[in-house]
Design a protein around this ligand. Structure first.
Ligand code: NCD
Length: 328
């Protein structure tokens, strides 16, 4: 076992910057016509998705393939999980089959940590989203995207000191909000949350962030980044707001709200988007929107994470990334 990535809470500033810098190295290789590196040749990565996903699953799969790992992806539907097999038997089976890395998405908060501590497998574990708890690679790709927008190709080595990030919407159910809070604050950014009172978790007052319920007032403070969150209706057993129309009117990033923001404001969304609910389609497609950059950078960031978890190194200068075998 060489390590795990379970949470951004245990990433310090320097460690986070080192990971983002490794992702920069990975990203520079992704502009070549042949994108594949030999770095993880002979290693096996298994993507276990016990919860629905499109972009995260495909992104991890491409990241592992571009590092030449053997990669297998299975989803709960169509696997023995749908026959009632639990995490323990799945993990022990994968161990017996020789998995070196397990990328886990699971509806239970804490599932990745349980797997990493269990002894059921010696594989490095990467948390790809556990319930409403954390989604560390999403936060890393968000930080990478913000750093790129601010510093362009010269982003290497920078933290996010003084950058003001407003995170808006369904904070209660959002693992993206939690992972971003820990990572962004470790990098020196100032985080503000805005949501209807019913979508703020209890205890949020103890988080290192400002909390507000009026979106227009928060936008008036001209944040550098506005990160919209999906309304996660699949996690809502009750009605958390009176109507979709009212939510969009009070908390949606409409064209009018976006037009009032400075030109340099970066607009983000982790996807999948509810167009017309938390974000207007035209805003998501505008030049200020970094939504597709987030998707693109996700691959480089996940390559960096898999590299670190499977080799225990942040330093690809060994030649594995940039040297022989990496076709130009
Ligand atoms: C996020 C997730 O699954 O937590 N999506 C993603 O990974 N791209 C956010 C969401 O589902 O709203």
């Amino acid at each position: 076992m060489t390590g795990h990535l379970l949470s951004t809470r245990d990433l310090g500033r320097d460690e986070a910057i080192a990971l983002l810098d490794t992702a920069e190295d990975m990203s520079s290789t992704q502009r070549r016509s042949v994108k594949k590196l030999p770095t993880l040749r002979g290693r096996t990565v298994v993507n276990c998705f016990f919860e629905d996903s499109t972009r995260t699953r495909i992104s991890f799969e491409l990241a592992a393939k571009r590092l030449s790992a053997d990669v297998v992806t299975f989803t709960a539907r169509g696997s023995s999980v749908s026959k009632g097999e639990g995490l323990q038997d799945t993990a022990q089976t994968l161990q017996a089959m020789g998995a070196d890395g397990i990328v886990l998405r699971h509806p239970a908060s804490g599932a990745a940590a349980v797997l990493a501590a269990s002894g059921w497998t010696h594989a490095g574990v990467v948390n790809a989203g556990d319930g409403t708890h954390e989604h560390p690679t999403q936060a890393l790709l968000d930080a990478f995207t913000i750093r790129r927008r601010l510093h362009g190709e010269a982003a290497r080595g920078h933290d996010l000191a003084g950058v003001r990030v407003l995170i808006v919407g369904d904070i209660l159910h959002s693992r993206v909000a939690r992972s971003n809070l820990w990572l962004l604050t470790a990098l020196g950014a100032e985080v503000g949350f805005v949501a209807p009172p019913t979508l703020l978790p209890t205890g949020i007052g103890r988080w290192p962030a400002t909390v507000a319920t009026d979106f227009d007032t928060a936008l008036g403070a001209r944040p550098d980044v506005v990160m919209m969150l999906r309304v996660q209706r699949e996690r809502m057993a009750d009605a958390f707001f009176p109507s979709v129309r009212e939510y969009a009117a009070l908390y949606g990033l409409s064209e009018a709200r976006a037009a009032a923001l400075p030109e340099r404001t970066v607009i983000m969304h982790p996807g999948p988007m509810n167009r017309g609910l938390e974000i207007a389609g035209a805003v998501a497609d505008s030049a200020r929107s970094a939504v597709l950059e987030q998707v693109e950078h996700g691959i480089a960031v996940r390559m960096a994470v898999l590299y670190r978890v499977l080799t225990g190194s942040d330093d690809p200068a060994s030649g594995a990334v940039t040297g022989a075998g990496a076709s130009a």
